[in-house]
Structure formats: C-alpha cells, structure tokens
Design a protein around this ligand. Structure first.
Ligand SMILES: Nc1nc2c(ncn2[C@@H]2O[C@H](COP(=O)(O)OP(=O)(O)OP(=O)(O)O)[C@@H](O)[C@H]2O)c(=O)[nH]1
Length: 876
C-alpha cells in the first residue's frame, strides 16, 4: 500500500499560464486589428502592416510554444524582447485606433519574469500607456484608471507568479519526500504499519509480506491473521492495548509469530501512539524480523553457557584482567581459591585486593610486594605481546606454602589484535611437584640411611670448594670406611648389616656439629665435609671413631664395628671434587694399611705411592708376556728331623723399570687389578710341572710337597676349579702332594662361597692350607667347617716367641686347635733355633723361614733334594 500521488504540480505554474494567456492575447489582438481594418475600411501604412505581420509572428510563436515547447524554459531576455515587440505592435496599432492592450501585456509577462524585471516592465508599460493615451488625446483624468489598472494587474501578476512558484517548490518538495518515503518503505526489511485505533491496517509496506508471508490483501481483504505464539500472545496484546489507550506512548515487544509457511519467526515491534497527530491519526509500528538475531543470541547464550561450563569445570584457575590489572573474568576454581562466591564479586578487583584478602600475619612477603611482582609479570606480557609460560611457584601465603602452582599468562587481544589485558591459567601442581621433589630427594639421598648420597656430596662439594676459595676458608674432608664390615654381613646377614649402617650413620651425624655435611658415599663409606682445620678435623675423626666403636646390639646380637678415617684438606692442587675425594680416600687406605681403626691425614708421599702403584699396575699387565716373572722355592722343613718336606713356590718380578720387586709389593696390586688370576695360574702351572718333574726324578721322595698361594680373586673365578684340574692332569703331578694356600682374610671374605669352592678342590685330591693364620677373624665354628689340612701360623706370632708371652700363648692355643681339628701345622718366618725348639715343644709339624733357607732357584732346591739335606735344628 502506497501514499496517493500528488499530480499536476506544474499545471498552475506562471509559465504554463503565460503559455496559454499569451496565445489568447495575440489571437485577440489580431482579431481586434482584423475587425478594425474591416469595419473602418482602414488602409494600413507600411508601419501598420509591419506591426500586423509582427503580431502574426508573435501569435505563431506562442502557438508553437503552446503545443510543442511546453517544457522549454525561455530565457528572461527573450521574454523581455517578446514583450517589447508586443508593446511596439500595440503602440503602432494604437495610432489607428486606441487599443488598451498594454494592460494585458502588463498582466501576463510578469508571470515569466523575475520580480525586479517584472516591476520595471510594469512601470514602463504603465508610463507608456499613459503617454500613448496622452498622444492620442485623452485627458490625464481619463488616463489615470488605465495607468493604475496596468500597475495593479501587473502587480497582481507578479504576486500570482510568486505564489505559484512557491506552490510549485512546495509541491515538488512534497513529491520528493513522498517518493523517498515510498522508496525506503519498499526496500527496507523493516515492516512499517499504520493502523487505526482498532488495529485495522491503514498502511503497510511490502516488507510485511516478505517477513511474515501474508500480503496486505491477505490481511485486509481475506481477513487472515498471523498467529502469535501462545507464550507471547497475552503479553503482546496487553502491550498493544496499553499503547492504544495511552496517548503519545510507545511500546516495545518481542514476540513470535507464525510465518504463512508455518515456521515461527521472532519479531521486534516498536509502536508509537500517533492518534493525536491529525496527519497520521493512527498507531505507527516499526516491526523488525529478529529471528536471525534471536538465533545468534541463543547461540551466543549457549556458547557462553558452554564456555562458562568449560571454565568452571576446569580444575585450573582461569582469569582475565584488563589493562589496568582489574579482574574481568574468572572461573569457579579461581574464585574459590580467593574466597569469592561469584565472578561478579571478583570483577573489578586487583591483584593487590586479592593479596590483602589472603594475607596473614606470618607471611614471608607483604601483600604489596607479591602484588607488585604479579603486576610486573602482567605488564611484561602486555607490553611484549608474548606469553609468559611455565612459571612454577610455591604458594605465597602461610596457609598454602606447601602448595605449588604452575602459571602461564597470555596477552589478551581485542578484535583488532590490540592487547587489552592478560589471560592467566594457574594449575595446582602440588602433587606432581611433591613427587618431583621426592624423586629429586631420592636421587640425592641414600635410601637406607637417609643421608645425602654420593651425587649430593659431589654437588655440595663443588659449591663448597668455590665458596671456600672465595672466602679463603678451610674445607676438610673426612673419609670413613668401616673396618671388616664384610664379615659382619657374612656372619650376621645383610639385614643385620643394614641395621648397623643405619645406626652408625646416626652416630656419625650425632657426633658432629649441625653445620657439618655427612653423606653416605657408598657401601660402608661415609664422607664428612667440614670447614674445620686439620687439627679440629682430627678431633672430629676421633669422636666419630669413638661413636662408631660403641657396641651395637640388635636382636640380642652384639657387634663392635670400627672405622678407618682418611682426612684431606682442600688445597690449590684440587681442581675438582674428585681430586679432594681421591686424596681423602687415599688417606683412608693408608689408615687401613696401617692397621685400621685409625685416622690418617693425607700427605703427598701417600699420593706418590698411589701413583706408583698405578704405574706398576700397568707394567704388571705386560710382565707375563714379557717373561719378567720368575719363581723361587722356599723349603718347608720337618721340625722333627730337619729334613725337607716340600717347598712353597714364591713369585718374583724382575721389572726393567722398577727392578726386582717382592710379591708383598706387587701381589696386592695384581689383586686389585685382577692380574692375580692369570699370574696365579701361571705360577700354579710352573709349580705343578716342577713338582711332577721332581716326583719323576726322585721317586724315593714321593712325599715331596709343593705349596702354591691362591688368592681369593682366583678362587671366585668360576673356571678356577676346571683350570686346576687341567693343570694337575696335564702336569701328571700327584695331586695329594699339591698344597693350595689361602690367606685367612680372603677365606673369610665370603665364607659360604669359600667353603663350596674348597670342597670342590678337595675332590681333586689337593691339600689345602690356611695361610697367615691368626691375623684374621675366623670364628672357630667356621674354621671347623672348612675342609683344610694345614694351618700356617703367621710369622708375626712366631717372631714373638721368647719375647712376647701372649704370642706364645696364642700359638699354643692354635696348636691345640689344630690338634683338635686334626690339622697339620706350619710355622712361617722361623728365624731362630729358640723358635724351633719352642715350636717343636708346642707340637708344630713344619717350619719355614730364613733360618733354614731363603727362597731358592729350581737348581738349588734340586741340590737339597738330591743330597737329602737335613737342616740343623739346634745351634751347633
Ligand atoms: N648390609 C649391607 N652391607 C653393605 C651395603 N653396602 C655394602 N655393603 C657391604 O660392605 C662391605 C664392604 O666391604 P669392604 O669395604 O670392601 O671390606 P671390609 O669388609 O669393610 O673391610 P675393609 O674395608 O678392608 O676394612 C661388603 O661386604 C658389602 O657387601 C649395604 O647397604 N648393606
């Protein structure tokens, strides 16, 4: 439905009137002339004829103008010329007969002239008319009416032209507005409706049909009514009624309407009561289809709800802040942590507000300082536009000091990409952190004693070395290694050993001031780091030794454990932690070597020995293949008659680098490096070959024995047993004449294993001797179980015969033991006849030592056998 058109707006415009009236004027004037000529039988002069012709021309022009140039806009100058011509024609024709036509000219030309031109033209015409009348003999009195008539008609014409022009402009404007309104009403998606007070539609734009599907005809003529949704109907109608009943009121309503197709659409209606406005006299409605917006709103609501759920269900604390550091968004986890019930409560607060809320009297940092740090991070993120990730911090406040948090902060951009705040995500990682700390702790601590372990020690030591050098303070290391701890384990079991280690670790810690660092370096080794001087460290070492050696009682078992301690002090030569550890360790070994249960302070000579040992170790590796090893035979003499009962094979190393080296010096090195295994086998091969040769050469000496030293290292080789058997077989020696000597200490190292191995060796027929008896710690019960044949009494006791009563007593006890166990006895290191006599008295079977003979070459030994040599047993 459109507004009615404003038609014929140009019809009464001055130009249109002029077109008609000028045609009538010229036609009437010409008719007047024709009647005059005809009536008066007038003969026209050439001037009169010219005037008539011009008049005819003007009639022609106006005729053409009327029919063909309706819209042509003549210029004012042309109209003025036309007017002048018409006035001249009238003046000329008036000379034949008076013709008051100038009044008519004055009445019609102002319609097409501008006001000023029209006023001048009217004045000229009025004056011209006056003078013309005067010329034609009329009196002034007669002329005045014509004069005023010309002026008034002309003036009326001017006013009429003006009025018409104004009308034309107004109508044009109205027309333009109407067209604009119609255009807008046609193209808009908004529905515009004007209804009367009974809601009967007076006007509606085409959007009505587009939006709800019903045309105006459907609604007005076919009385169809769009259906309102039942949920919205009552409210909407109420609002409409209120609108109608309240003058000047407006209404806003959102409601659903069923589209003609059947689907529901959302409409937003704004109504204005304009019943008071005479021009409208109705209710004006602007209705917008907001279905899409509603859907978008709904979607937004759903998405917001989803986002909120995601935020609130997330165990991480999530929050956003604006660029002034005020919280804008927060999830429940975050609100809960800071004691807020809702996001609204928290919105607008700053980090400082939260810190002050959380602050307690015992906090390490004041809330301002914490808030400043948080603000600094936020600023960094906002200014750099880069996220700040993986910050791991402990809780700031007393109540959550044992909690750990992982935080990442991201710049928050607006739609243009400008940073407008910070988004933070904080996770409680206490569980993970505690596990990490636990793992870290475990990696740095010993599980058994809970003391710092070797790794922790090395870390601490490197820092302590640096600090000590910077401060020029002393740094001393005490290296403790428990003595003979292996036998504790072997005798009482590993669990018992563990209990001892735990207790000893506690004793060491208790014996030292709190500032000293105690670590379990390994098995039964403990290391102490202290800033004490060497003298103070020695006092501390004594305190440790005293504490450790206190009796230990577990499950009614009493043991006494002792420790050897090496002390080394940091000096310029120590480049790394390993250097200081090495020196303290070397000092500890020195303590072991010097009898154990003692303290040694590291000195450079000790180090040089270690270095020498290391070099010797390298040389020893090539000794066998370079034939640098040789053997010697020391006779074993029957104390009953001085006859040679057999020999003990002794090794010699003639090193091109170090000269002749005794077994006492190189065997421990070979033990450590493992070279003792091939060397020992080689020695056994030599011994068996030699004995077999003598057994063949001197069949009458069928009881000649050959003793060979066997190290624990050899005995623990799984192939040892088969190798011995092969050597025995290949050499053809009588196995019963072969004696394998094992030191007591090594036999005690692993009693069960030793017992098993010795039993196997016994099966081969060889005899077994326990060397250096008396220096170890064999328990009698254990000794009884060993399948040994001979006890060799250590030279340390033999040396004491005659001078040391206790040594003599010990030997007597050993003899008693040997008799009880039915073992043969051999005394080592016999150097005096007095010793021989004493040993004989005590029942010792055999003796060996320098008194009888130093170790001999094979030929020298052979000479003894050959001559059935007997050594004197008393001084002759
Ligand atoms: N019960 C127990 N024993 C251990 C532990 N760690 C190491 N050991 C034992 O400690 C002993 C260390 O022996 P060593 O230091 O070589 O020798 P030792 O018997 O102490 O003799 P010396 O050191 O020469 O005086 C070995 O028998 C190890 O089995 C442990 O955690 N618990």
């Amino acid at each position: 439905m459109k507004t009615p058109h404003i038609r014929g707006i140009d019809f009464f415009a001055g130009r249109v009137i002029f077109r008609t009236v000028s045609l009538l004027l010229y036609a009437a004037l010409l008719f007047n002339v024709v009647v005059l000529v005809y009536d008066s039988k007038l003969a026209l002069s050439p001037l009169g004829l010219g005037a008539v012709i011009i008049l005819t021309g003007l009639l022609g022009v106006s005729f053409v103008r009327y029919f063909w140039f309706r819209e042509t806009i003549f210029k004012e100058a042309i109209y003025l010329c036309e007017m002048a011509l018409a006035a001249c024609v009238i003046v000329v024709l008036a000379s034949y007969h008076p013709m008051p036509w100038l009044i008519a000219i004055a009445g019609i030309f102002p319609l097409v002239l501008r006001t000023r031109s029209a006023v001048i033209a009217i004045s000229v015409l009025a004056i011209l008319g006056y003078f013309l009348g005067h010329e034609l003999g009329a009196s002034t009195v007669d002329l005045l009416p014509d004069f005023f008539a010309t002026a008034c008609i002309g003036w009326l014409s001017v006013l009429l032209a003006k009025t018409l022009n104004l009308n034309r402009v107004s109508l044009h404007q109205a027309h333009t507005n109407e067209r604009r309104f119609n255009a807008i009403a046609r193209v808009t998606r908004h529905i515009f409706i004007i209804t009367d007070a009974r809601f009967k539609i007076k006007f509606a734009n085409p959007a009505l049909q587009e939006v709800i599907g019903y045309s105006i005809d459907d609604i007005i003529r076919n009385a169809m009514k769009p259906v309102l949704h039942s949920d919205d109907e009552a409210e909407h109608k109420d609002k409409l009624r209120e609108l109608r009943d309240t003058p000047h009121s407006t209404v806003f309503s959102r409601h659903r309407t069923r589209h003609k197709d059947g689907h529901w659409i959302w409409l937003e209606t704004r109504g204005y009561n304009m019943l008071h406005d005479a021009a409208i006299n109705g209710l004006v409605f602007s209705i917008e289809d907001i279905t899409l917006r509603k859907e978008a709103e709904q979607k937004l609501l759903e998405e917001t709800a989803l986002l909120r759920a995601v935020l609130d269900l997330n165990p991480s604390m999530i929050y956003a802040k604006d660029n002034e550091g005020r919280f804008t968004i927060s999830n429940q986890s975050f609100q809960k942590r800071f004691g807020f019930d809702s996001e609204d409560e928290l919105r607008g607060k700053t980090a400082l507000d939260l810190c002050q809320k959380m602050a307690g009297s015992n906090d390490e940092l004041p809330p301002e300082e914490i808030a400043d740090e948080i603000q600094r991070q936020d600023l960094q993120v906002m200014q750099s536009g880069q996220p700040l990730q993986d910050l791991e911090v402990r809780g700031f406040w007393r109540q959550d000091m044992d909690r750990w948090f992982h935080t990442s902060k991201y710049p928050l951009p607006d739609v243009k990409g400008q940073t407008i705040g910070v988004l933070g995500v904080t996770r409680d990682i206490t569980k993970r952190k505690k596990t990490e700390l636990q793992i870290e702790y475990q990696a740095m601590h010993d599980m058994l004693t809970d003391l710092p372990n070797r790794r922790f020690l090395v870390n601490t030591l490197s820092t302590a070395m640096e600090t000590s050098r910077q401060r020029q303070s002393s740094l001393t290391m005490l290296f403790c290694d428990l003595d003979f701890f292996k036998s504790v384990n072997d005798t009482h079991g590993h669990d018992f050993g563990d209990q001892c280690l735990i207790e000893i670790s506690k004793r060491i810690v208790a014996a030292l001031p709190a500032g000293d660092f105690v670590a379990r370096f390994g098995g039964n080794e403990f290391v102490i780091l202290t800033n004490s001087s060497l003298a103070e460290a020695t006092i501390k070492a004594n305190a440790i030794m005293a504490a450790v050696s206190e009796r230990l009682i577990f499950d009614n078992v009493v043991v006494k454990i002792q420790t050897s301690i090496g002390i080394a002090q940091l000096n310029a030569s120590h480049q790394s932690p390993a250097d200081l550890i090495r020196d303290a360790d070397a000092a500890m070994y020195q303590a072991k070597e010097r009898g154990r249960n003692r303290t040694e302070i590291y000195d450079a000579a000790l180090q040089s020995k270690t270095t020498k040992d290391a070099r010797m170790d390298v040389a020893l590796r090539f000794a066998l293949e370079r034939n640098e090893l040789s053997v010697a035979y020391q006779p074993k003499v029957l104390l009953a008659d001085g006859s040679v009962q057999g020999f003990e094979l002794l090794l010699r190393w003639n090193s091109p680098e170090y000269g002749l080296i005794s077994p006492n010096e190189f065997i421990p090195i070979a033990e450590t490096s493992g070279m003792v295994v091939p060397i020992g086998m080689w020695a056994m091969e030599q011994a068996c070959k030699q004995l077999a040769a003598w057994q063949q050469q001197y069949p009458e000496m069928g009881n000649l024995t050959m003793a060979i030293n066997v190290s624990m290292r050899q005995l623990l080789q799984t192939s040892f047993f088969s190798q011995v058997r092969d050597i025995l077989n290949s050499s053809g020696v009588i196995p019963q004449m072969v004696e394998l000597e094992l030191t007591e200490t090594s036999a005690m190292a692993n009693p069960l294993q030793t017992m098993e191995n010795l039993s196997m060796l016994k099966k081969l027929g060889v005899r077994l001797a326990l060397d250096d008896f008396g220096t170890g710690y064999s328990s009698l019960a254990y000794l009884q179980k060993l399948p040994i044949d001979i006890l060799k009494i250590d030279k340390a006791f033999v040396r004491g015969i005659g001078s040391n009563q206790s040594d003599t007593e010990i030997i007597r006890l050993m003899m008693a033991l040997a008799q009880t166990l039915n073992l043969q006895t051999t005394a080592e290191g016999v150097e005096t006849f007095e010793q021989i006599q004493e040993l004989k008295k005590m029942g010792c079977n055999l003796g060996q030592g320098f008194l009888f003979s130093a170790p001999l070459t094979a030929q020298e030994a052979e000479a003894l056998i050959d001559t059935s040599h007997r050594f004197p047993l008393v001084l002759v």
